[in-house]
Write a protein that binds this ligand. Sequence first.
Ligand code: NAG
Ligand code: NAG
Ligand code: NAG
Ligand code: NAG
Ligand code: NAG
Ligand code: NAG
Length: 477
Amino acid sequence: MSFLRSGILVCATLATVHAGSVPRTSIDCSSLTGVSLSAGYSITRAEEYAAGDVDASDIVNEISLCLVQGTIEYGFDDVSVKNGANTLTWNLYLPLASDYNGRFIVIGNGGYAGDINNGTMMGQLNLGYAAAGCDSGHSIAANGNTTYAPFLANTAEVEAWIHNSIAMATTITRELTTEYYAKAPFLWNGLQTPGTGYMSQDVLDFITNSVISACDAIDGVVDGLIENPLLCDYDITQLECTKGQSITDTNGTVVCLTSAQIKAAEAVYTGPKNVLMGDAVYPGFSFGSENGWIYQETILYEDYTTLILEEIVFDDLAYNVSSFNWGSNVSRVDSTASPLIDEIWTDLSSFQKRGGKMIVTQGWADQFNAATWPIQHLEQLQVVMSADRVNSFFELFMVPGGGHCGSNPEYTHVPGTYNVLDVLVPWVEQGIQPTQMESVTPPDGTNTTRKLCPWPKTAHYVEGDVDDWTSYSCSES
Ligand SMILES: *[C@@H]1O[C@H](CO)[C@@H](O)[C@H](O)[C@H]1NC(C)=O
Ligand SMILES: *[C@@H]1O[C@H](CO)[C@@H](O)[C@H](O)[C@H]1NC(C)=O
Ligand SMILES: *[C@@H]1O[C@H](CO)[C@@H](O)[C@H](O)[C@H]1NC(C)=O
Ligand SMILES: *[C@@H]1O[C@H](CO)[C@@H](O)[C@H](O)[C@H]1NC(C)=O
Ligand SMILES: *[C@@H]1O[C@H](CO)[C@@H](O)[C@H](O)[C@H]1NC(C)=O
Ligand SMILES: *[C@@H]1O[C@H](CO)[C@@H](O)[C@H](O)[C@H]1NC(C)=O
């Protein structure tokens, strides 16, 4: 699956994605009624409302919402307690993707409950949360009397009320929240991340912060960057929640990951494998790039991979990407899409003979393609043409904290403009081999400059201002 390998293609076609904030997409609200559910689960309502149109216990929605409601039949396999009233009703308020803060909250109940805390949920929705709640497993309306509690005679209803109802409602409402915002991603990374493996931007930022604090100092300076992610020996399983620990603290700050999220992240680091041959189909993503993975989880998959599979590879507009076979179907991609889209020619002799010089820059925190792909390409060129020959016309500059063809919006202190022509022109015109490159103008508006080095060299701090590129030297580490 190598059709995103061409930097130029990717830069050109994804240019519009750079604008604006991190995109989060959502599916049509009403389509949630089509989600397939386990026995006993129903969705009774999924409707979008404009701001001001829903009144929940006198609290009105200040933003548009997707209102989803449903029921869970429970205890029906326990004939000793069956009385026909074992129905839990749940409620879910979903902000539109543009208002969503990435957090999911479940509102509990008090007393004998029997109704949903709609007003509290609405307050949270207005802050950008996806908010869920339930009636604790029985309803006042069904019982018909707010002071009398006939449900107490029913063991299953009592257990639901006192212990289980929130967990029961959480499972389905969290799945629907995931479904709504994360319909589907770039293919491998997307298939690894749906459901409980989905990582919101908060979770991704949490991972990146942890990885950076573990590996930032390797190059001799603590600057919020990993100079060479290949030297970073980081084990993500250390972030796994302990038994019973919630992934957020009381302030809603992410503090650990579920085991499904750990597995999803490990798969993104590893990259897709051809399950028949066992070889890598495409490189994994690098340490420090996690905060850009939201693109892998959403927009790339929907806007690119799905369309390419539908229109080029399988010639079937109804193609279901979930059925992609990571064994047999890989060669189909290589024979159909790759000749059209890939740029992986490994014999550049005629370019070299014409006197061509090529400089490739690649951000280590690229949101869209695996950072190590150009390194692999360089190594393939060296195998085909010999290392010395390649070095005479081709240099790769890896950019720590760099994004896709420029800044990564999550790394605002990293200069996003690379002064390529300063070294390419002297190379072409005077034969001066590039030994370093200056990068300038970080998005945060400071005067920070950084030294970029021809791979496999990386920048090491020597002395002076850490934000000045002349304080570093390039060497192999
Ligand atoms: C509020 O909760 C009740 C159940 O207690 C539900 O029937 C009703 O539809 C909810 N209203 C809104 C606006 O969510
Ligand atoms: C609720 O049930 C209690 C206990 O049976 C009864 O005294 C009361 O009249 C009922 N209230 C209504 C409104 O039905
Ligand atoms: C939650 O936020 C408050 C106010 O910023 C802070 O004092 C408190 O330490 C935080 N609690 C946790 C668990 O981080
Ligand atoms: C696609 O396939 C998956 C897995 O087989 C299935 O769960 C899903 O419903 C299918 N989607 C559509 C739109 O048919
Ligand atoms: C793709 O994989 C599917 C599911 O395993 C299989 O049925 C189909 O024959 C494969 N198609 C090709 C062209 O390899
Ligand atoms: C950046 O450098 C220029 C020229 O030296 C200087 O005028 C400006 O104040 C500097 N800006 C910052 C934010 O340091």
